[in-house]
Write a protein that binds this ligand. Sequence first.
Ligand SMILES: Cc1cc2nc3c(=O)[nH]c(=O)nc-3n(C[C@H](O)[C@H](O)[C@H](O)COP(=O)(O)OP(=O)(O)OC[C@H]3O[C@@H](n4cnc5c(N)ncnc54)[C@H](O)[C@@H]3O)c2cc1C
Length: 387
Amino acid sequence: MERACSIAIIGGGPAGIMTAAFLDKNFDITIFEPKLLLGTLLPTGGGKCNITNAEPEFKTFAANYPRGEKFLYSVFSRFSALDAIEYFNKIGIKTLTLGNGRVFPEKMDSAFVRAKLLEQISHCNIEKAKVTDIARSVDGFKITAGKSEYYFDKVVVTIGGHGDFSILDNLGVKIIPPKPALTGLCTRTSYKNISGLVLKEVINKQTGLCGDLLFTHFGVSGPLVFKVSSLKARDDFPYTLSFDLTGGKLPDSAAFQRVLNSNPKKEIKTLLAAYLPKNFVQIFLNGCGMDGDIQCYKIDGKNRDLVLEELKNYKITVTKPRPDGETVMAGGVDLNSVHPKTLECKNISGLFFAGEVLDIDGFCGGFNLQNCWSGSFIVANTINTGK
Ligand SMILES: Cc1cc2nc3c(=O)[nH]c(=O)nc-3n(C[C@H](O)[C@H](O)[C@H](O)COP(=O)(O)OP(=O)(O)OC[C@H]3O[C@@H](n4cnc5c(N)ncnc54)[C@H](O)[C@@H]3O)c2cc1C
């Protein structure tokens, strides 16, 4: 009898487990994972698992990936979010859609999703071991994990964005250095004493994005900052962000002058409280070198311009990402070395990649897990069909 094709999956996160689930059952499949299988799925969506996004148009869907957008066109055209939802329903995970198209399991429980997905891979061999090297052998691959060596016909690498990429050194796979993304940001100015304060609907000038800015004990955070951190993930630190704190509500200098002129006796701190939360006003005025008690008629033209400029271009210098605060890593296996139609390495036949190990990362909203589901399908389908 012919020996079954042997396949090693390196990493038992969402991409690895889903690859195993999509592969034909007659293969000899081994998953290498030193930690809890699908352990990384448990904290997703705050434990509720934002499993994908219901955005129907695949180009709009792909626009949610600062890295990988064009590469994903062909991936999503063959396995979309709708295909993923259909698959989840088929294996007993009913879904519901909440705001911004975010899709969750009806049970709102990532442990339930984990259990259902693990049911799909009960036929696979599990090696509770960390792979330390992957090398080519005569007719396949040699995997080293600790002191043990294993031989396989094909290898699927699904070690995520936090894995040790040096296991690919022997294969010469090009890696784009991973950088934290979707993260809070540490700032040069301390906002500790206003931690928890939110500025509503501000506009970030560098990206044009609008949203709420949350001050924290380490700097700034919240959905707007997460998105900005992704778009700037490859920038060197420190960098400066500027925000229109009025959210575009103060149109021009003349309008601002009119506001000051019609309230001559008012203190500037009282007047600014119409635009900013009260406990932020003095921090803001400190930045302008101005005393909050000064009455509007006493403020000269230069200082009026300064206040307006600061309102429209409030600068925050970012020193680093929040340590261990990232949701995903930007970087990983260079997309130029991978076929988008098969996710097979261009130079090494039989070597595949899926999930966050690739230089693909998305915004919040279910996009990062969808990258795993779609990539896993493509890899498994390529191996299943032999194409
Ligand atoms: C707190 C948090 C919440 C999130 N919430 C969401 C969400 O709601 N929706 C969403 O779409 N995305 C979310 N994400 C992102 C999402 O979890 C990841 O993009 C996704 O887990 C990536 O899956 P992966 O399988 O590619 O990699 P990983 O999940 O990182 O899994 C890789 C696995 O490989 C193993 N591994 C690494 N190196 C080796 C090795 N040498 N040998 C063997 N095994 C190895 C690791 O132990 C790990 O289990 C969230 C992330 C975080 C941190």
